[in-house]
Design a protein around this ligand. Structure first.
Ligand code: ING
Length: 311
């Protein structure tokens, strides 16, 4: 018996600083309409989907960046998106900057069921970049300045007839992200990303390398945990700063089943059979049968590199 989730990876093109949330939400709704017309029942939007990638901008007074954050979800600006999703009977996930009532700042994403109810929240664990202005970099990447590390861990939810997990951008580069969800039986990981197309510390590392590492990370995570991975870009040039595309869907065998080849608003729709995860989970990645946790201690005992165990 197949357990099909027809997912739409809904890529957003650039969002300029001057573009308001209402305009972005209208773009997101247009993508949802296209996804609905193509039979999708679950739509996934990028990281920080409502605004420009503001962590590229340095601000001495961090409180002056709070206007990029959502103090409520849904809010007046995002309610039309929830209303449209409910009208379509479409589940959704998207990322946004979260300001909690007690003043905490997270890079977050949510799972919303077909009734428009928020049933899951994830807060980005692996924050790349730096806290202070870095004169050595070609551009700033100040997520460590504006966000706290997530406090949710990597939960997996019963969602859309399967086991669903979330990650955000840099999380996809860390095998621990997928494995913690893999140990919960995850069958689909959805993640958004905003990835500058050039390494700010190594100019020679450009778009091709960035796309290679992005595909490598998503494919490895999918294969090594027998799960679908849906990765959705915010892409294009935002106020002169280029973000790469590369929206793609990877099957549980690590194969890319679809990838967008542009940097504009667009949807990639694929009927993902969650039962395609079963063979991998019951054979090569039957964790219970094959893992030897007695030898993995360093993974949680050490944060950074320590002394070698060999003599
Ligand atoms: N962006 C980038 C990402 O992880 C990055 C930052 C790029 C870090 C390449 C290391 C290497 O895709 C976000 N938002 O995490």
């Amino acid at each position: 018996m197949a357990r099909i989730v027809t997912v739409a990876a809904a890529q957003l093109g650039p969002i300029q600083q001057a573009e308001g949330r209402q305009s972005v939400v209208a773009r997101m709704i247009a993508l949802m309409e296209e996804a609905h017309a193509k039979g999708a029942t679950f739509i996934v939007y990028p990281e920080l989907a409502l605004t420009t990638f503001f962590p590229r901008w340095y601000e001495e007074d961090r409180s002056k960046m709070d206007h990029w954050f959502e103090a409520a979800m849904p809010s007046a600006a995002t309610q039309p998106l929830f209303d449209k999703a409910r009208a379509f009977g479409m589940a959704m996930s998207f990322g946004y900057a979260e300001l909690t009532p007690d003043g905490h700042h997270f890079n977050s994403s949510i799972l919303v069921d077909r009734n428009g109810t928020i049933v899951g929240k994830y807060r980005k664990t692996h924050l790349p970049g730096h806290v202070e202005f870095d004169t050595e970099r070609s551009h700033q990447h100040l997520e460590k300045r504006y966000f706290e590390p997530g406090d949710t861990g990597f939960p997996v939810w019963n969602f859309e007839g399967g086991l669903m997990g979330m990650a955000i951008c840099n999380d996809r580069r860390w095998p621990e992200t997928y494995r913690v969800m893999g140990l919960q039986g995850v069958e689909m990981v959805v993640l958004g990303f905003n990835t500058p197309s050039v390494n700010s510390q190594r100019g020679a590392e450009g778009l091709d390398d960035r796309l290679f590492h992005h595909r490598l990370s998503c494919q490895a995570g999918a294969y090594q945990n027998a799960t679908w991975v849906v990765a959705v870009a915010k892409a294009g040039t935002e106020d002169g700063n280029h973000l790469m595309g590369g929206t793609l869907i990877v099957d549980p065998n690590g194969k890319i089943v679809g990838e967008l080849d542009h940097e504009d608003d667009g949807v990639l729709v694929h009927a993902c059979d969650l039962d395609d995860t079963v063979f991998g989970k019951e054979t090569i990645f039957d964790f219970k049968r094959h893992r030897r946790t007695e030898h993995y201690g360093l993974i949680t005992e050490r944060t950074g590199v320590g002394a070698p165990l060999g003599r």
